[in-house]
Write a protein that binds this ligand. Sequence first.
Ligand code: AMP
Ligand code: MG
Length: 474
Amino acid sequence: MVNAKSSNEDTGSHGGPGHENRFLRAPSDSCGNTEKTQTTSKEAIANTQPLGDFSLLPGLSSSCMATVPKQSLILSFEDARHRVEEQAAKLRPGGRERVELLDSAGRVLAEPILADRDFPPFPRAARDGYAVRSAVLASVPVTLEVIGEIKAGDEPKNIPAIGPGTTAAIMTGAAAPSGADAVVMVEYTTRKGSRVEIARSVGAGDNIVPTGSEARQGTILLEAGLRVDEAAIAVLASVGKNLVDVFRRPNVAILATGDEIVGIEAAPGPNQIRNSNSYSLAAQAHKAGAIPVVLPVAPDEAGRLRVLIEQGFESDMLLLSGGVSAGKYDLVEQVLTDLHAEFFFTGAQIQPGRPVVFGRTRGKFFFGLPGNPVSTMVTFELFARPVLDALSGMKPRALTFLRARLKSDIKTKTGLKRFLPAIVSGEFEAAEVELARWQGSGDIASTARANCYVVIPPDRERIPAGEWVPVLMR
Ligand code: AMP
Ligand code: MG
């Protein structure tokens, strides 16, 4: 039996596990004030209390300290995801560039790829055997005269025409001769000198791929907006594209925040933490086809944070980690509000990652991802990807979960959709999944040993072993 951790995984340094209640955040007003709203249940919003004590940004007068309550925008996972997709759909990719065929792997096509000829360009034998006129094999066995042999690549002028009493040996990939409408597999034949006995009938068209049946010359083989994988590379090669037009890769600024966060080259003090989020995010952004631009770690101080956030908006998109929870020094939303940000949501009913923030300002999208390293990774996958895909010029794609059979019971709390690090194992069709034993959303080592996340709907308290559960593969 594996117990999922309770809902408060994103608390890290500012709260312990096991609390169903937590502070939901409201965006601060234009003066930089933030209202905190404590909930005692999903629905109930009570105990509104102002939170003072923020360092004022230069230029803000103290008269701005008046508190104006604002509604938090905490969405269900699905609504939050849809909101991201909606916004992403408005984006257009940057410029395009021409790259060599192999360098197009992982890039997004900026041009449709057309068939430069019919595919296949000739009626192609799909088996080794004998090219025949199928009608003569209505009743078998039949013995035919072998008038030649056709290899793949043979010139048309060297290929003999087939008549009712004749056949030619033919190899896979060779052009079927005129007069033949099928190929009998060699396994059903016995060669007897210049003749061959055929033991099985074939239907017209059997084992021959007709000219143009895969694609006619001039038709679109690949649409612009497709991310190039090995199958697309095969298509590009087959039409002779040694240079391919792809979209420019978007730049993604990555800004880790937190007074306790130090660079990986530094010797951390006793209460300091090495910055891992900038690196995991850079790896994820790179994997998603973007160019990560890692900024220096921002302290929990509004002035410096603002300078770095503004630097972040020089990129196509900004990813922040940390500073979006309910703590007194979680200043990210405040500073973004001061920069006139529009917030699409300020939280999602998920775990890990509940305090995730999505918004836009200066024509750029940003995500405030919770700082707990697993939350950062999960929320990137769940929310940042559609925006990156769109900036890369990719056609939108739905997020789909696969299923695996649960190995041991899961007990959890209701109210949040959970994405818990898990391990898919089992061979071939016997995929099984089991939660990784983790200590919460700071537990990167356990997450690193996992290879997926089990998705638990918010209304399930217990999922018995043997049930097929949705899985988000990593
Ligand atoms: P926050 O979201 O800022 O409240 O941070 C939540 C937890 O994540 C805290 O325990 C932080 O120390 C930790 N954390 C925040 N940022 C990073 C980072 N860049 N690398 C590693 N851990 C981090
Ligand atoms: Mg922090």
